[in-house]
Design a protein around this ligand. Structure first.
Ligand code: ADP
Ligand code: MG
Length: 323
C-alpha cells in the first residue's frame, strides 16, 4: 500500500496528434511542463478559460490518459513507471474524478443504493449485506443526502442536480477516494445550490480528502481552495497561496481573470485592453509566452522566449518576463 499523503506532478507534457500528413504528424500540446502537488486535506484550484488544458491534466492524474512525458509521484514512486503495475489498482481507487454533469455518470435504470453498493462490495468483499447497507446509509448521510434510507431507494431522475452531484461524491467515497479531482463540479448547478456543494467538499477536507478543483471561476477558487494555479493554453502561468494569487495577481492573464469577476458594491472594473490577436494553439515547436498574443505588455522577448519561473514570495510563483 502506497502512502497517499500527496500526489506530485512533475514536468508533465501532454501532446495530442491533430491531423497532419503521411510524413508529418502535427501535435497539439495541451499541457506543457505542468508541475503541481495535491495534498491530503487541502484543495488546489486549477483556474483558466476553456481550452487551457485543465481537464486534460486531471485525466492524466486519474490515469484516463497517459502523459507524453513527466512523472506523477506518490509515496516516492512514479505511477507511470512500468514497475508501478501492482499499485495501479489501489491508485485507481484512491484517486477519483467527478464531472460537471453528474447525470452523465449515473445509470438511469439503477437506484442510488445500487450505485453506492457496487463499489463498497467490490472493495470490501468480506462485508455482509447488512454491513454493506450500513455503509451505504452512512455514506449518503456523510454527503448530506438525508433521509438516507429514502434517498437510497430513489432513481437518479428523482433527484435535483445538486443531489446528483452529492451522489457522485458519495460514490467516490465508497470507492475509497483519498483524492477527488473535481472537474467544474458546480458549473452546471443552480447558483442557489453551488455553495452547498462547495461547503460539503470543504468539510470533507477535514476528513483528509484532497481536492483538485477545476473551475473557470477564480472567485470560487479563492473561497474553497488553499492554493490556486492559473493555466493558459497548457501552461501554468501563476500559482501559489490562493489569497496571494487572487489578491495580488501578477500575471497579466490572472489580472484579466480577476478583473472579469463582478464585485458587489463596486462597478465592474475595466480590464486593461486586451489585444485581439488570435489565440493560437500551442504545439511542441511553439516558442515564447503562450499569452504573448493577448498580453497588453508584450515585448519581442515575450514572443521569442518562454519566461522562466519567478518566485515572488514563499508560496507565489509566476511565469512572466515582467518579473
Ligand atoms: P479545459 O478543460 O481547460 O477546457 P482541455 O483539457 O479540455 O481544456 O483541452 C485542452 C486542449 O486540448 C484543447 O485545445 C482541446 O481541444 C485539446 N484536446 C483535449 N482532448 C483532446 C483529444 N483527445 N484529442 C485532441 N485534442 C484534445
Ligand atoms: Mg475542461
Amino acid at each position: 500500500m502506497t502512502a497517499f499523503d500527496e500526489i506530485r506532478v512533475e514536468n508533465m507534457v501532454i501532446d495530442f496528434p491533430v491531423g497532419g500528413g503521411l510524413f508529418r504528424r502535427n501535435h497539439l500540446r495541451a499541457a506543457n511542463d505542468v508541475s503541481l502537488t495535491l495534498r491530503a486535506g487541502e484543495a488546489l484550484a486549477i483556474v483558466g478559460e476553456s481550452g487551457s488544458g485543465k481537464s486534460t491534466c486531471a485525466r492524466a492524474i486519474s490515469r484516463i490518459l497517459t502523459p507524453t512525458s513527466g512523472r506523477i509521484m506518490v509515496g516516492g514512486q512514479d505511477i507511470l513507471a512500468p514497475g508501478f503495475r501492482e499499485g495501479r489498482r489501489d491508485y485507481a481507487a484512491r484517486v477519483q474524478m467527478i464531472f460537471q454533469d453528474p447525470f452523465g455518470s449515473l445509470n438511469p435504470v439503477h437506484t442510488i443504493r445500487h450505485h453506492i453498493a457496487r463499489p463498497i462490495r467490490v472493495h470490501n468483499p468480506q462485508l455482509s449485506p447488512a454491513q454493506v447497507e450500513d455503509r451505504i446509509i452512512a455514506t449518503l448521510d456523510r454527503v448530506g443526502l438525508a433521509p438516507a434510507v429514502q434517498t437510497a431507494g430513489k432513481y437518479p431522475y428523482e433527484l435535483s442536480g445538486g443531489q446528483r452531484q452529492r451522489v457522485a461524491i458519495a460514490r467516490a467515497l465508497a470507492v475509497g477516494a483519498r483524492f477527488i479531482l473535481a472537474d467544474e463540479p458546480i458549473s452546471m448547478l443552480d447558483v442557489s445550490i453551488r455553495l452547498g456543494i462547495l461547503n460539503l467538499m470543504d468539510d470533507m477536507k477535514r476528513d483528509g480528502i484532497g481536492f483538485m478543483y477545476i473551475t473557470h471561476d477564480i472567485a470560487t477558487a479563492r473561497y474553497f481552495a488553499e492554493r490556486t494555479a492559473v493555466m493558459y493554453l497548457g501552461h501554468m502561468v501563476e500559482w501559489g497561496d490562493s489569497d496571494s494569487v487572487t489578491q495580488s495577481p501578477r500575471h497579466p492573464y490572472t489580472q484579466l481573470l480577476i478583473s472579469a469577476v463582478p464585485q458587489p458594491g463596486r462597478p465592474r472594473a475595466h480590464a486593461r485592453p486586451v489585444r485581439k490577436a488570435d489565440i493560437a494553439q500551442r504545439g511542441p515547436d511553439s516558442r515564447g509566452c503562450p499569452f504573448a498574443g493577448r498580453c497588453p505588455d508584450t515585448t519581442d522577448q515575450c514572443r521569442a522566449v518562454m519566461p522562466p519561473v519567478t518566485k515572488l514570495e514563499k508560496d507565489h510563483h509566476v511565469r512572466c518576463h515582467l518579473y
